[in-house]
Write a protein that binds this ligand. Sequence first.
Ligand code: HEC
Length: 131
Amino acid sequence: MKTPIVTIVVAMLLAVPTWADEKEEHHAPRPLTAAEAAAGKPLYLRECSGCHGERGNGAGPAADFVDPRPRDFTKGPFKFRTTESGKPPATADILRTIEHGIPGTAMPSFAFLTDDERTKIAAYILKRPPR
Ligand code: HEC
């Protein structure tokens, strides 16, 4: 135990890249965050759950009165998307649907919400947090 300080310095140098990696992973390119999804929940419940259901299963109180029925987000498949079949829709697809609605169906346009609100709702739908 001649130079314990060297051991400590080496340990620190080894540790730094590990922290850096963790940080990197945390900031991985992921457009929508868990915080946005959480913030989207009350907005979803207020604006969307009447049709799409509180749990996103397409069984809201109004669901029986519209044809086609509201989408069941827990099952998919999403129809209006630019991604390949079997893949989840792109965020942009969901945002487009929310902003413009789906003409010819009961799905209304939510252009009256702010971009920020629509983004949070999209995050909520796409992440489907545990409850
Ligand atoms: C008045 C009922 C109603 C309300 C309220 C409503 N939706 Fe819809 N939504 C529908 C119906 C009906 C469809 C299915 C249209 C179809 O099958 O072509 C739909 C489809 C969708 C889709 C398309 C999924 C796909 O297949 O690509 C998305 C996304 C969506 N709704 C999101 C929302 C969001 C987010 C809200 C709240 C901001 C909302 N909807 C509120 C009735 C509603």
